[in-house]
Design a binder for this molecule. Structure first.
Ligand SMILES: Cc1cc2nc3c(=O)[nH]c(=O)nc-3n(C[C@H](O)[C@H](O)[C@H](O)COP(=O)(O)OP(=O)(O)OC[C@H]3O[C@@H](n4cnc5c(N)ncnc54)[C@H](O)[C@@H]3O)c2cc1C
Ligand SMILES: N=C(N)NCCCC(=O)C(=O)O
Length: 346
């Protein structure tokens, strides 16, 4: 367990005290916040003091609800940036797997479509096969399965991964504070750079009304005989190390965090139609998450008078796991550049 202090005890520090390492506040402890904090420590070669400040920690974040399928989904319109962030994340997952970590594997399956789609990001995947008519006919389980793609991607279980990143952050001298920030004025001049990874929280904290919740309800089940994912316009069966995740509602501007039993039944029925052997599945748990959806991911530096520089990294929609490491590296580069620029002005 980490030492979690509940208040700021920082001495006021300015950059003029060049002997002290720059203090970086990372707001948010979902997959975006913890991966950004780790990337900052790595790129700034630990010559920084990173403090994660968050209201909720794993396993109580949106990130913990995700199945961790690596596939851009509700990721906004910056398709080229999203594709590059996905590519960098896949490289990261391969490294993570090579260390023997659990909760990350290659996984193959079917994406059945009502309207034909062969997005560019499929070039990052393996064994991609656009199904021909007879193959579609053999796989289709319901009206609307007019086209299909078979491919191999990866999954990265967020809860295990967040724990992995957090342990490394603490080993590197990082700090953790559990606290809801009502206004960034609370941070005063305690930090030299603020990194905003608050997801949907940015709607209030940074007055960004372009970020909206897209409510997703899932059912975790056990059904070991199912070994391929199956996705269509309305439902999905995804695979983790020791359970399947049945989804997948996507209700924009819905904030309800209570599980809806009728919706759960619909999710189960729809996925059983796609994969009949799911009728033997054992229900494990039900979960809700509010995807932080925005027209584009906001990853940029903001300079506000009387505030330290703010690096925003939020609004990852249904793709926060898929693009996390590419975004973390870009965030860390912005932090490093900011530190170097400020030192050169001293
Ligand atoms: C059902 C579902 C399934 C999904 N499946 C996938 C998938 O298979 N693959 C994929 O890539 N993505 C998936 N996603 C999307 C993914 O979960 C999100 O994109 C990702 O979790 C966003 O990460 P985040 O760290 O920005 O947000 P969060 O995990 O929500 O973390 C935000 C953090 O900021 C903190 N915070 C917010 N406001 C404040 C404040 N004012 N003060 C202090 N702290 C604050 C919170 O406490 C939390 O620690 C899924 C999402 C859902 C809902
Ligand atoms: N093509 C899809 N429906 N992919 C959804 C995969 C799960 C996910 O990202 C989410 O639910 O946000």
């Amino acid at each position: 367990m980490f030492l979690i202090s509940r208040c700021f005890t920082h001495q006021l520090m300015t950059f003029s005290n060049a002997k002290m390492p720059p203090k970086i506040a990372v707001l948010g402890a979902g997959i975006i916040g913890v991966s950004s904090a780790l990337a900052i420590q790595q790129i700034c070669q630990k010559n920084v003091e990173v403090t994660i400040i968050a209201e909720r920690f794993s396993p109580d974040t949106t990130s913990d609800v995700a199945a961790g399928l690596i596939e851009p989904f509700l990721a906004g319109s910056d398709v080229e940036r999203v594709k590059e962030w996905t590519r960098l994340t896949i490289e990261r997952i391969k490294e993570y797997m090579s260390e023997g970590n659990l909760g990350a594997e290659e996984k193959s399956g079917y994406w059945m479509q009502s309207v034909k789609e062969v997005p560019d990001w499929l070039k990052l995947m393996k064994n991609v096969k656009v199904l021909n008519e007879s193959e579609v006919a053999a796989i289709r389980k319901r009206p609307g399965h007019n086209f299909g793609v078979f491919y191999t991607t990866w999954y990265l279980e967020p809860t295990r991964y967040i724990d992995y990143c957090t342990k490394k952050i603490m080993e590197n001298g990082g700090k953790i504070i559990q606290r809801k920030i009502e206004n960034i004025d609370e941070l005063g001049n305690d930090f030299d750079v603020i990194v905003n990874c608050t997801g949907l929280g940015s709607r209030v904290l940074f007055n960004d009304e372009t970020i909206r919740p897209c409510r997703g309800q899932i059912v975790r089940v056990s059904c070991p005989q199912v070994r391929h994912f199956f996705i269509d316009d309305d439902f999905y069966t995804l695979i983790n190390d020791s359970c399947l995740i049945l989804g997948g509602t996507k209700d924009l501007d819905q904030w309800e965090l209570e599980v809806n039993s009728k919706t759960a039944q619909k999710i189960i029925e729809g996925n059983c139609q796609n994969i009949p052997s799911l009728r033997h599945a054992k229900i494990l748990s039900h979960h809700i998450g509010l995807r932080p959806c925005r027209p584009t991911v906001r990853l940029e530096k903001e300079i506000k008078n009387n505030y330290p520089p703010i690096i925003h990294n939020y609004g990852h929609g249904g793709s926060g796991v898929t693009i996390h490491w590419g975004c973390a590296l870009e965030t860390a580069e912005l932090v490093n550049k900011t530190i170097i620029e400020r030192k050169s002005h001293l």
